[in-house]
Design a protein around this ligand. Structure first.
Ligand code: NDP
Length: 454
């Protein structure tokens, strides 16, 4: 596999791809390894995960440079992601033993009842490129601690990073027959679905997630899907500081070039502050430094995938044809890398693709609203259900709106964030199942109920 740098469109590395025969063998190897691994205590397994976390933090400069070279993520944001992902390790350290312990429910009289949490077995983890540390850790660390073996297929756009995970997991003491990283593109991913894993954990687009669900369904094994979003933000007229609201909204929309599953993808603004909010947001967006992702001052690098440039161009032209006004940006940058100008479209409506289809790029559509009821109806006019946010000074008002959102996560006066303490889950086209929190670890175990009579 040839690895290209999205900032230059030049191949800078090559990796050997895995073939189907090798995949078959790897599953056999992992099955044997998992049996031994599951017999260790949670504490023993956790020790390896803690060492892995330390190794990643000790080598973060080099690892951030690798991630930046293959995904185009600005170096500062690569460093932020690696530093931030450690919170998953810390959270497992504090909670894994408690969550995986046997639960004694009845311990008096002749019958005793308890639940034992057993690992699923060997799981397949097909992952995305946009936050490889965050979305990778959410699955393979939790799975390993729970006693599973993992076959990890990184996205072809984050393959070098996937190989680094493997290297440092082995250095941390995870046996080579318990975690294997396979290199390949979507075709390999498809082949992997033909094999009999004990669970499939996928992060990626709705289109691929749906294909995977159809293929895996007859196997009747756990399937978890963390998919895309079209996440709305509602800015009310009572925000104490319109400029600050605009700065925060812009960061939610443009961080990592908008290539985040929970990026703000559409904004509804009360008509009373509409003009002021738009002016402040455009000013903020125009202040972003776009360019070489290895420069620590760069906020916007290239997109990871060249093909997304055409998607964004199409959303802009569609919106303009239907009456939107372009406030800034709107074009592919004329250079070798995959750069798109940060783009703000205003006076948008729901006939436009930019308000309905996932953009996954540095582009935001803004629509004026007259009331909370109108905002709620528009926010809910989507096939996705990942997150929804509101900026308002009034907590009751926020709760009124957020309770009506059919999404896995809601935000009041914040957006575009994930915490290991609480579940991460999508509804409708945004996915199935939860990662993180106690629920995220229970996703990798199956309960066995014991009825015991002494
Ligand atoms: P894709 O769906 O294109 O790819 C995801 C993974 O699936 C990759 O490893 C890909 O391999 C693989 N794949 C592609 N085709 C198949 C197939 N037919 N069978 C099996 N595997 C296949 O998504 P992206 O990588 O483009 O990721 C972006 C998407 O992920 C966005 O929609 C984003 O919102 C979502 N996402 C959701 C998150 C969440 O937590 N809800 C978090 C992060 C991203 P390859 O790349 O090698 O072709």
């Amino acid at each position: 596999m040839k690895i290209k740098n999205p900032a230059t469109n030049k191949v800078f590395a090559e990796l050997e791809e895995c073939n189907l025969q090798e995949l078959d063998n790897q599953l056999v190897v992992l099955r044997k390894g998992q049996k031994k691994w599951s017999q260790l205590t949670v504490e023993n397994r956790l020790d390896c995960i803690l060492k892995f976390g330390d190794l990643i933090q000790q080598n973060k400069e080099e690892l951030a440079a690798i991630m930046t070279s293959e995904t185009g993520k600005p170096l500062q944001q690569s460093l932020n992601e690696i530093t931030g992902a450690q919170n998953r390790v810390d959270h497992l350290k504090a909670n894994a033993e408690k969550w995986l312990a046997d639960e004694i429910l009845v311990d008096f009289g002749p019958t005793h009842e308890k639940i034992v949490y057993e690992p699923l077995g060997v799981i397949a983890n097909i992952s995305a490129w946009n936050f490889p540390y965050n979305v990778g850790y959410n699955v393979f660390l939790y799975a390993l601690v729970a006693g599973n073996a993992v076959l990890y297929k990184p996205s072809e756009y984050a393959s070098l990073t996937g190989k680094q995970f493997e290297k440092y997991l082995y250095q941390a003491g995870i046996p080579k027959d318990v975690f294997i990283c396979v290199i390949g593109d979507g075709t390999l991913g498809q082949q992997l679905l033909e094999l009999d894993f004990d669970g499939y954990f996928f992060t990626g687009s709705y289109a691929t997630g749906q294909k995977i669900a159809k293929t895996v369904a007859p196997k009747l094994v756990p399937l978890q899907l963390e998919l895309g979003g079209k996440d709305p933000l509602f800015v009310t007229e009572d925000v104490p500081d319109v400029q600050l609201a605009a700065v925060n909204a812009a960061e939610g929309a443009f961080y990592n070039n908008g290539q985040s599953c929970c990026a703000v993808e559409r904004i509804y603004v009360s008509e009373i502050i509409y003009e002021a909010f738009v002016d402040a947001l455009v000013k903020e967006v125009n202040s972003y430094v776009q360019g070489d992702p290895t420069n620590l001052k760069t906020f916007l690098g290239p997109l990871t995938r060249e093909s997304q440039l055409a998607v964004l161009e199409n959303q802009v032209s569609d919106a303009l044809e239907k009456g939107a006004v372009l406030k800034t940006g709107g074009k592919v940058v004329d250079c070798d890398g995959y750069y798109f100008q940060p783009t703000v479209l205003v006076d948008c409506n729901h006939d436009m693709k930019v308000m309905k289809e996932e953009s996954f790029g540095p582009i935001i559509g803004i629509q004026k609203v007259k009331s909370d009821a109108e905002a709620i109806a528009l926010m809910q006019d989507t096939e996705y259900g990942l997150t929804a946010a509101i900026f308002t000074a009034n907590e009751n008002r926020a709760m009124q709106v957020l309770q009506q959102m059919n999404t896995g996560t809601v935000y009041w006066n914040c957006c575009d964030r994930v915490s290991p303490n609480i579940p991460w889950s999508g509804r409708n086209n945004s996915g199935l199942g939860s990662t993180l929190s106690s629920q995220g670890i229970r996703a990798f175990v199956q309960p066995k109920s014991y009825h015991l009579r002494a």
